[in-house]
Design a protein around this ligand. Structure first.
Ligand SMILES: Cc1cc2nc3c(=O)[nH]c(=O)nc-3n(C[C@H](O)[C@H](O)[C@H](O)COP(=O)(O)OP(=O)(O)OC[C@H]3O[C@@H](n4cnc5c(N)ncnc54)[C@H](O)[C@@H]3O)c2cc1C
Length: 294
């Protein structure tokens, strides 16, 4: 099928893009990599009157590190992030999760920010952003605001973005020495959206016990969700086999997974438990062995 008729705008700078988004409000959609939006438009599941293509906007393709924060601009491709030495060294969870997204040709066009803005509850990158305590930088003609990832995702394919706003970047604190991260998932085929996936970050305290822990799941609810009961169970423990098993057992507490042709809600709860155990074991091992420079 072909999309419904729409006006195509290709701003050259951010002010021009923000003016166009302000003018057209809820009738406009941002086009980044187009890997989800164009499919939706072709299927007539989305029919924006105006498409604002941000690919020519200068400066949005920057991937930078400043003062302990890694910032990925709105047109940084998923493949660029996956292969970036900076991301590998300072936010390895983003690279690990990103490698599970689709296949290389899709990742070569698709953007990290586009995946976050699309807010598919099964997607890997929003889940990694949540586990990394990331932030979403939002701009409109009236200014800039920064939204915690936890507050950005509001439901399936919905976010706290208002008409006239766009995401200009996502930011994550760099992963410091003594912190280990891991992403694991189960998908029917490599490159498919996961039935369930888990992103974990674990920091070892000076006393050798587990300090800060963040666990986020995809495919386990209507948005990427934190497994807070599991985080609480692991934090302060010795990080040994029993502690991980106890945390994993609590990973599905409070979850309301969807049920579809890829898996029942019970199967997804089972995966949440098993994958949380795997992700935590790997993250704990990495916390003990890895040193990530800030
Ligand atoms: C064959 C195939 C397999 C896939 N498999 C997976 C998978 O396994 N896992 C996965 O997570 N994804 C998967 N995807 C989706 C892919 O990751 C997309 O690239 C991603 O969801 C959207 O990124 P994009 O840059 O292409 O965004 P677009 O398609 O351009 O935009 C997607 C949505 O986000 C909005 N948007 C984009 N950028 C901004 C911005 N800066 N500000 C505000 N709104 C914005 C758009 O308006 C649109 O509503 C797959 C896609 C394909 C085609």
């Amino acid at each position: 099928m072909k999309p419904a008729a729409f006006a195509y705008l290709a701003p050259r700078d951010l002010d021009e893009a923000l003016d166009q988004l302000a003018e057209h409000g809820a009738d406009a959609r941002v086009l980044a990599g187009g890997q989800s939006l164009v499919r939706l438009m072709n299927a007539r599941l989305a029919s924006p009157a105006v498409v604002v293509d941000i690919n020519r906007v200068a400066g949005l393709d920057a991937l930078e590190r400043h003062n302990g924060t890694l910032r990925l601009g709105a047109t940084v491709r998923q493949r660029t992030s996956e292969l970036s030495p900076d991301v590998a060294a300072h936010a390895p969870l983003l690279a690990e999760a990103g490698a599970h997204v689709a296949h290389a040709p899709v990742r070569s066009r698709g953007t990290v920010v586009g995946s976050v803005a699309f807010a598919d509850p099964s997607a890997e990158l929003p889940t990694a952003l949540l586990a990394l305590d990331g932030r979403v930088v939002v701009r409109s003609r009236s200014g800039e605001r920064t939204v915690e990832a936890d507050d950005f995702f509001t439901g399936p394919f919905t976010t706290s973005l208002a008409p006239g706003e766009m995401v200009v970047a996502v930011e994550v604190p760099v992963t410091t020495a003594g912190t280990g991260t891991a992403f694991v998932e189960v998908a029917r085929r490599h490159g498919d959206l996961p039935v369930c996936g888990v992103a974990a970050t674990v920091t070892r305290g000076d006393d050798g016990r587990v300090g800060a822990t963040r666990i986020a799941l995809c495919g386990a609810g209507e948005r990427p969700v934190r497994a807070r009961a599991a985080e609480d169970a692991l934090t302060g423990s010795d990080g040994g086999t029993d502690a991980v098993a106890e945390a994993a057992a609590r990973a599905s507490e409070g979850l309301s997974p969807i049920a579809d042709c890829h898996g029942s809600a019970d199967f997804r709860r089972h995966l949440a438990r098993v994958l949380t155990g795997r992700a935590l074991r790997t993250a704990i091992d990495r916390a003990a062995g890895e040193a990530n420079d800030v």
